[in-house]
Design a protein around this ligand. Structure first.
Ligand code: AKG
Ligand code: FE2
Length: 278
């Protein structure tokens, strides 16, 4: 990771301003464990298996939301702008990103959130099995910012099995930025004898024409859990200037020592990731 001097200085001042005792206390109160009614939990589990997606409405309170947003406002200065087409998928990435290494270095609060027992037990109660920290130094926790007209995070699968995405800012009505999912994509590709991550433009068009795209809209403070390695997903383009969509994505593996492709290195791999790796 290349970090220039200015960025280092800015980062140090954030760390210095933060009273370490404060964030530890703040974090403790951040998330209260969610105890779901057994029937509700069963429905969430069934939905997750069937559609690869489950919503956690208002997972974080407005106070927590404000804390996370404050943190990200400061970290935004480190975000890297991406405008390119991801090889293989041949889908656009027009957004600003912050990888896990910067978050870990400069935001103890957000880094600790990744390890928070209440978040993890919430995910485990839905997936019905143990989850593991994602070992990729950038991909384990990222922040994605869509801040320009037309910004989009194009169709893809993630390497980690589970994505817990928390919403901080969303566009207004009809402003775009919906999550779109083609469920059971890897099964579809298997049936059609296609690779899930290679030259898939025609198959996405076919799925769209046949009504196979699920669309989800969220509010700030909502979160969703996605089986992100099996269900093709994208963030639809923003429709107007002045709209903002900001999320953090906490990634978890379903096995120890999961295998990884190159897409996270390309998208999150430092200031010069795209130019060096494409
Ligand atoms: O922003 C979203 O809702 C999706 C993010 C995503 O797909 C990713 O970070 O891999
Ligand atoms: Fe993703």
């Amino acid at each position: 990771m290349v970090i220039n001097d200015d960025i280092h200085k800015a980062g140090k001042s954030i760390a210095e301003r933060r009273n370490s005792a404060n964030w530890a206390v703040e974090l403790w109160d951040l998330i209260t464990p969610k105890i779901y009614d057994p029937n509700v939990l069963q429905k969430m589990r069934d939905d997750f298996v069937r559609m690869g997606y489950v919503r956690f409405p208002a997972l974080v309170t407005s106070r927590v939301l404000d804390s996370i947003k404050d943190e990200l406002v400061e970290l935004l200065q480190f975000a890297v702008r991406r405008n390119f087409e991801m090889p293989g998928y041949e889908t656009p990435r027009n957004l600003s990103v912050l990888g896990g290494s910067i978050i870990k270095s400069y935001s103890p609060l957000l880094y600790s959130l990744y390890h928070h027992y209440a978040l993890r037990s919430c995910v485990e109660s839905v997936v019905g099995r143990a989850i593991f920290s994602c070992s990729h130094p950038e991909e384990f926790m990222v922040a994605n910012f869509l801040h320009h007209d037309g910004d989009t995070h194009g169709w893809h699968l993630d390497d980690p099995a589970y994505a817990l995405v928390i919403f901080l800012e969303i566009p207004g009505d009809d402003g775009g930025g919906d999550l779109e999912v083609i469920p059971n994509w890897t099964d579809l590709c298997h049936r059609k004898n296609r690779k899930p991550d290679d030259s898939i433009t025609d198959l996405i068009a076919w799925a769209t024409e046949n009504g196979l795209v699920d669309r989800y809209r969220h509010e700030p403070g909502d979160a969703y859990l996605l089986r992100a390695d099996m269900n093709l997903h994208r963030v639809a383009p923003l429709m107007r200037a002045g709209e903002r969509r900001s999320v953090v994505n906490l990634a978890f593996d379903n096995v120890l020592n999961a295998t990884r492709g190159r897409t996270a290195d390309i998208l999150y791999g430092g200031q010069h990731g795209v130019e060096q790796l494409l």
